[in-house]
Design a binder for this molecule. Structure first.
Ligand code: 5GP
Ligand code: MN
Length: 336
């Protein structure tokens, strides 16, 4: 365990630090990581951001993106940095299985592990925790960590603000989910005052699609969307061949599940995709419907009530059938 005073003592002198985040990082994973990175390098620390895998091209504009080490592309260096780190910040995840092979490396590393996260049910691998499931984003918790835990709001910069705004914007559905409380809006306003260009950030993340993504989206909506009125559920299923046909790269499928959820009356939406190693499911729900419960119970995953994910080692068609067959168990909630 590491107390707050021990942590602040450590941070008072330059340290070797690793920041890591979850598999296939999204806007919050990269925004919170690079936001904390910009803060810590400014304080004179030797910091490396290590992601377990690659991440979408529409996040590559983030400040200091070129410093990021992708574990699968640079395993040897990453292993040395993890082994030598005095502190390892774990952002936007709370179980080591979410970071693939990096998980066991970090579990066995000597450095203190600091978890900054907003997911349910954290695993007990950390030494210090800044954790709150009511936060809309890990980036909100990084803001809170710098401003209210370290009492160092004076050190906030435009780069930090830009990264943290990106995390909050992407995880709160552009400030529209119930998690976007008035506090979140105040933090957003503060980040804008610090130099975050909200309009530019939105444009770089959301108006930056490849042509293939748009054509693939058209294909999904025209040919692959299945609306099951009987259970107020909509599913989009995509096989490996289609991914190849449309030249789909990391990031191109992001957010497509939300189109399925936007159909009137739909309470549960699923995007089921045949990746190289496994079949991956992305679920979204409205209101009280527990999408994370389905992911946890049937697909070895988890997440938030309204946005969750998981995977299946069964073939695509069989996975889709399993998903469809479990809907009747949730009939009451889906039709309520
Ligand atoms: P997405 O559908 O965008 O991949 O993920 C939505 C939410 O579910 C995110 O909050 C993410 O952290 C969580 N999630 C996605 N995949 C998994 C998984 O395989 N395991 C767990 N525990 N959570 C996941
Ligand atoms: Mn998040």
């Amino acid at each position: 365990m590491l107390s707050l005073s021990e942590l602040t003592d450590l941070l008072a002198t330059p340290q070797k630090i690793v920041i890591t985040t979850h598999h296939k990082p999204d806007g919050d994973a990269m925004g919170s990581s690079l936001g904390l990175y910009a803060y810590l390098i400014q304080k004179g620390h030797h910091v490396k951001v290590i992601t377990p895998t690659d991440y979408p091209y529409f996040l590559h504009w983030l400040p200091n993106n070129s410093d990021v080490i992708v574990y699968t592309e640079n395993q040897q260096d990453a292993e040395v940095y993890v082994a030598e780190a005095a502190l390892i910040f774990c952002l936007d995840f709370n179980t080591l299985s979410r970071i693939n092979e990096l998980g066991e490396l970090i579990r066995n590393a000597d450095g203190y592990k600091v978890m900054i996260d907003h997911h349910l049910e954290p695993e007990d691998f950390d030494d210090f925790r800044h954790w709150n499931i009511n936060a809309c984003a890990a980036a909100q918790l990084v803001y809170d960590f710098i401003v209210n835990v370290l009492n160092d709001g004076a050190s906030m910069t435009k780069d930090i603000a830009t990264c943290l705004y990106t995390g909050i914007m992407t995880d709160s559905g552009s400030f529209r989910f119930p998690s976007a409380t008035s506090t979140v809006y105040r933090i957003g306003a503060d980040l804008i005052d610090l130099g975050a260009e909200h309009w530019r950030i939105h444009q770089q993340v959301y108006d930056n699609a490849t042509e293939s993504r748009l054509r693939f989206l058209g294909h999904c909506l025209t040919n692959k969307l299945e609306v099951i009125r009987e259970f107020n559920t909509a599913i989009i299923t995509v096989n490996a061949e289609e991914l190849k046909q449309f030249d789909i790269v990391t990031g191109d499928t992001e957010g497509i599940v939300n189109y399925a959820l936007s159909v009137n009356g739909i309470k549960l939406a699923a995007f089921i995709i045949e990746r190289a190693d496994r079949v991956k499911l992305s679920l979204r729900s409205t209101g009280e419907f527990p999408a994370n419960e389905i992911c946890k119970k049937y697909f070895n995953g988890g997440g938030h009530r309204n946005a969750a994910g998981g995977a299946s080692d069964k073939p695509l068609e069989e996975t889709v059938q399993i998903f469809k067959s479990l809907l009747k168990d949730y009939e009451q909630q889906l039709l309520a």
